[in-house]
Design a protein around this ligand. Structure first.
Ligand code: PSU
Ligand code: MN
Length: 302
């Protein structure tokens, strides 16, 4: 079997108990050890505290798992050289019986395949700065266009070209909505400086939105953008400085492709002396909690 659903996740799905998917790339490539393991465990706990069942997704020895167990999460957090898997990489990891950490694109794909409708992460991938030359646009965007999963996130990572990413989401027909805001969040920052057309006021409204998508024949996902409160965000001046030096260093080293995002997140942590890690952790936990709220509301509607 190349796809396996964890026992508690499978049981929850059978009984209509709410389930929230969590990704493993942020564990293997987005955060350093040991914070990565702490955050992975805390995110699962946050989902449980809100009355849903967490399903951390990843590939272990060639099996795509929806609902990693504790030892498998530890493997994602500690093993050296775990490949970062987008959706297109999944068949190779399966054929080669490899481990793999799933990005937003791959996690959303596997979640939908298993029937999980909510997914929480920190920030989506998107259009990189200089993409007009590099063509570096995350597969996360195309995946959300064709995968019926709602992703709760704090916008797209601020290392990206945010307005270009919003344009791209629009072109792809991905619905994007703010949670209690009309400002698009900026990941480490509460406000990216760009606005949204729609906002949702409560979990129930989000659940009704999710329910309406298939009924309208729309096969896309949904981006629920959940900003950090302003007093919890990264200091904007510090953010600006760290961003500038991180991008300079990226260019100096000529880093490309899938290595860009992990490099920038890592460099950001060094430049901000760990402040960005504190904020990244908060973002992930808040999004896990909101995704669980919405999953609970969605189960109540069904
Ligand atoms: N959000 C975080 N940390 C991360 C990521 C998202 O807070 O590490 C990961 C996600 O897995 C996302 C990936 O899919 O970064 C984007 O990578 P790329 O730009 O190479 O598509
Ligand atoms: Mn890329």
């Amino acid at each position: 079997m190349s796809l396996e659903v964890g026992a508690d996740v499978g049981e929850a799905l059978d009984r209509g108990v709410p389930v929230v998917a969590l990704e493993s790339t942020l564990i293997s490539h987005g955060l350093p050890h040991p914070q990565n393991l702490e955050v992975a465990r805390e995110a699962e706990r946050a989902v449980r505290d809100e009355g849903a069942v967490p399903a951390t997704i990843g590939v272990v020895s060639g099996v795509a798992k929806v609902g990693l167990d504790e030892a498998e999460i530890e493997l994602m957090a500690t093993a050296e050289g775990i490949p970062k898997l987008s959706a297109r990489d999944l068949p190779f990891a399966v054929a080669k019986k490899s481990h793999g950490a799933t990005t937003v694109a791959a996690t959303a794909h596997l979640a939908a395949l298993a029937g999980v409708r909510l997914f929480a992460t920190g920030g989506l991938g998107g259009v990189h700065r200089e993409a007009s030359e590099s063509w570096d646009v995350s597969a996360d965007l195309a995946a959300l266009a064709g995968t019926p999963v709602a992703v709760v996130c704090s916008g797209v990572k601020s290392i990206l070209d945010v307005p270009a990413t919003l344009e791209c989401l629009e072109t792809l027909g991905v619905p994007v909505v703010g949670f209690r805001t009309l400002r698009f969040p900026g990941f480490y920052l509460s406000d990216s400086g760009f606005s949204l057309h729609w906002s949702l006021q409560c979990a129930e409204e989000a659940a009704r939105t999710i329910q309406s998508l298939p009924a309208l024949g729309l096969a896309s996902g949904l981006v629920v953008a959940n900003p950090l409160p302003e007093d919890e965000q990264l200091d904007p001046a510090l953010h600006e400085r760290a961003l500038r030096t991180s991008l300079e260093e990226l260019e100096r080293r000529g880093i490309h492709g899938g290595d860009v995002t992990p490099f920038l997140l890592d460099h950001f942590a060094a430049e901000t002396e760990g402040e960005s890690l504190r904020v990244n952790r908060l973002i992930i936990l808040r999004n896990a909690r909101l995704a669980a709220h919405i999953a609970v509301a969605l189960s109540a509607l069904d």
